[in-house]
Design a protein around this ligand. Structure first.
Ligand code: KG4
Ligand code: ZN
Length: 343
């Protein structure tokens, strides 16, 4: 068994975990910074980076203490090296480099997206490569064929907003607190998903890409019209996103023989999303896997697991490895017309 100490700091969660190659999580801790960012209605990069400086070292100590493991006993240090808010990524990566240097153990620079992509394998022993992955988070919305560690083929991406970003914007329009996803989901429970007519952008088109900007604009109009209950807008919005996910993922399933369908990333914590994709997998005779909610949103256990998978494959990194604001899983993925600046 190899033991990986992992750090995550790419957005507004400071997280540390100690993960074994036998899929054991010996200890982990996540400290969110919601209170610090809430007054601004979104994550302020500078505040996030400063908070990681204050929080991460204490979390390392706490996790090692809880697991009763000395830092010298770990086999490697894994740290998120991107993509994300560059200040925060630099903080976590540099803590990782310092630890690796001090105990003379290898460093593994983990792509945050690979953390999400491999996270279901931490809890699902039956999930083998290849699988089709719907990766839906605050910064990304992609369909990827996961062929192996470090081996991805992107089938589709969003041409404008990410899915989580759409949830966050809809929440803001509805006057809900940041972060928006869980707030919209909670409000939607008391709403009628058919009450508000909202568009399903790109549904029915040949390539399985996503678009959410028009949906956000439609939510804005629905709110401004004062015709609908907020509960109904939330439920109708969530249903529209689910319908887009199902249609686009169905299209992607036609492009791959991968025996499993997986959904991961923060938006995969949403119960309506989970059950709709489970149903789609069933209809298409594919094995379905989704991590538990705490493993969908940002955490360090997924970085530790990706680190363990990379370590097993002999993939360690030089201490000079850079922090990267942008870092696609499939660098060969074609630029999509209309795709904007999202990392
Ligand atoms: O993966 P993640 O924690 O961070 C990124 O890598 O971006 O994803 C965060 C995103 C946020 O946009 C958040 O609103 C969304 O995931 N999210 C949800 C839910 N929980 C988190 N969206 C819908 N329903 C949820 N329950
Ligand atoms: Zn994430």
């Amino acid at each position: 068994m190899t033991l990986i100490l992992a750090l995550e700091s790419s957005c507004d969660d400071s997280a540390v975990a100690l993960v074994g190659s036998d899929r054991q999580i010996l200890a982990q801790a996540v400290v969110g910074q919601n209170d610090a960012h809430r007054p601004f209605g979104g994550v302020v990069p500078e505040i996030a980076a400063r908070a990681h400086v204050e929080i991460l070292p204490g979390l390392v100590r706490q996790v090692l203490h809880e697991a009763d493991i000395a830092i010298g006993e770990v086999d490697a240090i894994a740290a998120t090296a991107g993509p994300g808010l560059i200040g925060g990524v630099m903080v976590g990566l540099l803590v990782g480099k310092g630890l690796a240097l001090s105990v003379d153990k290898p460093l593994i620079a983990v792509n945050h997206l690979e953390g999400h992509a491999l996270s279901p394998r931490l809890v699902d022993r039956k999930l083998d490569f290849p699988y089709l992955l719907l990766l839906a988070s605050g910064g990304h919305c992609q369909l990827l064929e996961v062929r192996g560690v470090g081996d991805y083929r992107r089938l589709a991406t969003t041409i404008d907003d990410a899915a989580g970003e759409a949830f966050d914007k809809a929440a803001k329009l509805l006057g809900l607190a940041y972060p928006g996803g869980p707030a919209v989901e909670a409000l939607a429970k008391d709403g009628d998903p058919a009450a508000v007519p909202l568009p399903r952008p790109l549904v029915g088109t040949k390539e399985p890409h996503f678009s959410f900007a028009g949906l956000k604009a439609a939510v804005q109009r629905a709110v401004a019209s004062n015709q609908y209950r907020p509960e109904d807008i939330a439920a109708s919005f969530q249903q529209a996103v689910v319908d887009c996910f199902v249609d686009r993922t169905r299209r992607a399933l036609e492009k791959t023989d991968a025996p499993s369908l997986v959904v991961a990333g923060g938006v995969a914590a949403n119960a309506a999303v989970r059950s709709a994709l489970q149903q789609l997998a069933k209809e298409n005779g594919r094995h379905f896997s989704v991590p538990p909610g705490w493993l969908c949103t940002d955490n360090a256990a997924m970085i530790g697991w990706a680190g363990a998978e990379r370590f097993a494959a002999g993939m360690t990194d030089d201490l000079a490895v850079p922090a990267r604001a942008r870092w696609p899983l499939d660098p060969a993925g074609e630029k999509v017309r209309g795709a904007g600046v999202k990392a």
